[in-house]
Design a protein around this ligand. Structure first.
Ligand SMILES: [Zn+2]
Length: 305
């Protein structure tokens, strides 16, 4: 599932490509992937062709002015009163191809032996065609993501934009802010705390594991058991791990593909995530896995105290 660094990679790569592009046509192949209005979508959605028709009709002819992110939601601003919200959820992909490269062969899964394909693929559900002949494809294998058309006025009502904690890479997210957030949940354990989007936005399973390793603390340590040095390392780890991950275009574990069709390379730098049973690069101890609330994590029992 894409986390902050992956979604940030998507908007950074798409911004220079999409800014000022005029949308010539929108093709919706699977109408349950799109919505109109600010309401929350259930996981099981019904196909409604009239919604897909309205989605395409309103967007057709509009110009993109900017592309932004809040938590893991992508906001494509249109000139005038509309915006398109895109949530990749589990397996959503946004891929941009210019006119010259529309027949480019892409490997849509970071799994060995997967054959490269041309877009649209079986998992392509929405295509934006621009007046210069370039295209933006929305692919989604598991179909949990969505594209939602809202008016600027409706934006404050969108639930997927509400209730999030601070953006960890924002300059306003200082050590003082972090310490305040910690002190409010002294009994919480550090990994579940990092995973809670109402505390800090955008951190998931991959980066919470890597942050805990960086800070040399075990994922299930309680916050009140952390000393000052450990707290500072967790804070430093949040900034450093997420910044490094963005620099390496995120982690392509499974389905994450950059808008260029290339993979993110941060997965090659994971110290513990996805490495249970393998040896720690630092000390040689076998990385252990842990289970909590139906989720899993990984840590080094020797480097992490
Ligand atoms: Zn180790």
């Amino acid at each position: 599932m894409p986390e902050l660094p992956e979604v940030e990679t998507v908007i950074r790569e798409l911004r220079p490509k999409l800014k000022n592009k005029k949308i010539k046509e929108v093709r919706v192949m699977l109408s349950k992937m799109v919505a109109v209005g600010p309401h929350t979508l259930p996981n099981l959605r019904k196909t409604d062709n009239s919604v897909a028709f309205k989605f395409s009709e309103v967007i057709k002819g509009q110009k993109i002015t900017d592309i932004k992110r809040r938590a893991k939601l992508i906001i494509i601003d249109l000139q005038g009163k509309y915006a398109i919200l895109v949530h990749l959820k589990m397996t959503g992909q946004l891929i941009f191809l210019d006119k010259k490269h529309l027949d480019k062969q892409l490997r849509l899964l970071n799994i060995e032996n997967i054959k490269p394909v041309r877009l649209p693929a079986k998992s392509t559900h929405v295509i934006f065609e621009f007046t210069d002949g370039s295209r933006l494809y929305y692919n989604d294998f598991r179909q949990f993501g969505y594209l939602k058309l809202v008016t600027d006025k409706e934006l404050p009502q969108v639930k997927d934009l509400q209730g999030f904690g601070p953006e960890p890479l924002d300059k306003k997210f200082t050590y003082e802010v972090f310490e305040k957030l910690l002190s409010r949940r002294a009994n919480a354990q550090i990994k579940p705390w990092l995973l809670d989007p109402t505390i800090i936005a955008g951190i998931g399973n991959i980066y919470s594991d890597e942050i805990a390793f960086y800070a040399k603390v075990r994922p299930m340590r309680t916050i009140k058991s952390l000393n000052d040095k450990e707290k500072k390392l967790v804070f430093k780890g949040i900034k450093k791990i997420l910044t490094d991950a963005v620099k390496h275009y995120g982690s392509s574990v499974g389905d994450f593909v950059r808008p260029s069709g290339d993979w993110g390379t941060y997965g090659l730098l994971h110290k513990v995530y996805g490495r249970a049973g393998e040896k720690c690069y630092t000390c040689g101890t076998v990385i252990k896995s842990l289970k909590f609330n139906g989720r899993t994590g990984s840590y080094c029992p020797s480097c992490q105290k």
